[in-house]
Design a protein around this ligand. Structure first.
Ligand code: SF4
Length: 486
């Protein structure tokens, strides 16, 4: 180990300032205040600049993390931000939302190294540094950086179905090549899960708004409140003005528990609860505009990040008691540890090894409680995690006037059902090749409607790959009639 590596390893991790729990439960501002420049430079200098960069290898879009930190350490914040933007369309979002402990930070050698005094330290705080440099750049520019030169229009037109992470990445990559892009979106505003899934206390909406404004400045058109497959089909798009279509509709259908009482008033699917708790009525479809009644006792079912978003939203909209119910133990939970820590700090009660058996209601059809049963762990199941087994006779009721069910998402089958020649599996996941081409020539897909519910960054990686395949496909078509049109 060289003297320089030893010096870097001796630098302690820099804490990331965040709002105190007793303050943040009264607002929807971001929990993390983030680094200042001095702390960011020190944190970046903890990187030992590994030649093999395992962090970069572990990143789904292969960000040049050591390259960015080398610049940041020297004080070149804009250079560091641009380094992330070379490979990622949404670095400020990935810096906030990726489970870095399982990706770049999970691979960072600084987290494994034992110092001469036997001390261990956490890995370099890669995600928060990525957010810091790109936030700083956007603040200086009052928006996202535009390309130095606007590309010549190619006369090609592509429809993107779904304005979530995959669709937005495709739109930017294709607009950057001079292609005309129109994005269709079911919800009233573009952004998909970034607007309608992620609460403000994890990522402020201004970041998405600025990104959409950036895409519009690059010529991308957005058509919202449009349910593709019902209001317009992909077949008609391809018969009309579009040369190709990308399908990035995500996994938007909340799974049901199929239990007695699940349709009582006050029992919500996670997304319906989150959007009504976090967004203004005018940002929602008409059927979701009625505000949530003030909750007192809230039960959230599930163990992933969406369930943490629900419990933390419930706290902020004034619930007195918020209980998370999960059928296994914390060791089997798939969501982020830092989100569970934040939820605990905010006063959420965790009921582990507990599973709902039915929802109890009153004579008016309102939910009044959740009957649960205690569980114990048995043998591992097909997921490799130990299977939860009910303990007979242990049923009990948790009082609840509001329930949110956050037990995962599935893909909407409408696009595969209404697009001729588009192959999907029994879960409505669209089949693609390694480049994002579907079974229907001219139709490409990526993100959660291909992979099942997954990460923002994997959808982004799919979008970038599909954009390359779409550009290649467009090159095989006869020349367009009017090249000057975007
Ligand atoms: S693994 Fe950690 S120390 Fe190595 S290059 Fe990546 S961030 Fe730096």
């Amino acid at each position: 180990m060289t003297h320089e590596v030893q010096r870097r390893l001796s630098i302690s991790v820099q804490p990331v300032p965040k709002q105190k729990a007793e303050e943040r439960i009264h607002n929807f501002e971001e929990t993390y205040i983030g680094f200042d420049l001095n702390a960011a430079k020190i944190e970046a200098s903890r990187c030992i600049q590994c030649p093999s960069a395992p962090c970069q290898e572990a990143c789904p879009v292969h960000n040049d993390i050591p390259g960015a930190f080398n610049l940041l350490e020297e004080g070149d914040v804009i250079g560091a931000a641009n380094k992330f933007r070379e490979t990622s369309n949404l670095p400020e979002m990935c810096g906030r939302l990726c489970p870095q402990e399982n990706l770049c930070e999970g691979a960072c050698v600084v987290g494994f190294a034992i110092r001469p005094d036997g001390r261990k330290e956490p890995p370099v705080t890669i995600g928060k540094l990525e957010a810091f440099v790109t936030d700083t750049q956007r603040r200086e520019l009052d928006g996202y950086p535009m390309p130095r030169y606007m590309p010549q229009p190619t006369g090609r037109h592509i429809a993107v179905v779904g304005a979530g992470p995959a669709g937005l990445a495709v739109a930017e990559q294709l607009a950057d090549k001079g292609h005309g892009v129109t994005v269709y979106e079911y919800w009233p505003e573009p952004g998909g899960v970034l607007v309608y899934g992620i609460p403000n206390f994890k990522m402020r909406k201004e970041i998405v708004d600025q990104y959409i404004a950036h895409l519009e400045a690059m010529g991308v058109r957005f058509i919202c409140n449009t349910y593709v497959g019902k209001d317009v089909t992909i077949d008609t798009m391809l018969q009309g003005e579009f040369d190709a279509v990308f399908v990035g509709t995500g996994a938007s259908l909340g799974n049901e528990m199929e239990l007695e009482g699940e349709h009582l008033k006050g029992v919500h699917k996670a997304t319906d609860f989150l959007v009504r708790g976090n967004l203004a009525p005018e940002q929602l479809p008409v059927h979701l505009r009625e505000p949530l009644p003030p909750p007192h006792n809230v039960v959230v079912v599930g163990g992933g990040d969406t369930s943490m978003d629900c419990v933390r939203t419930a706290i902020r909209i004034g619930a007195e008691n918020v209980t998370l119910v999960y059928r296994r133990t914390e060791a089997e939970m798939l969501g982020r540890g830092e989100e569970r820590k934040n939820a605990r700090e905010e006063g959420v009660n965790f009921e582990m090894l507990t599973n709902p058996t039915r929802f109890v209601g009153d004579e008016h059809g309102n939910v009044t409680g959740v009957e649960c049963i205690r569980m114990e762990l048995g043998e591992p199941d097909e997921s490799g995690r130990r299977r939860p087994v009910p303990m007979k006779g242990s049923e009990f009721i948790i009082p609840a006037d509001t329930v949110a069910i956050a037990i995962g998402y599935g893909a909407d089958p409408l696009v595969p059902q209404t697009t001729s020649g588009l192959k999907s599996n029994r879960k409505a996941l669209i089949q693609i090749d390694d480049s994002g081409r579907t079974s229907r020539p001219g139709v490409f897909a990526g993100g959660d409607n291909v992979n099942g519910a997954d990460l923002v960054v994997t959808a982004l990686a799919d979008g970038r790959r599909a954009a390359e395949a779409i550009d290649e496909y467009l090159g095989t078509l006869p020349p367009p009639r009017n090249r000057n049109e975007r």
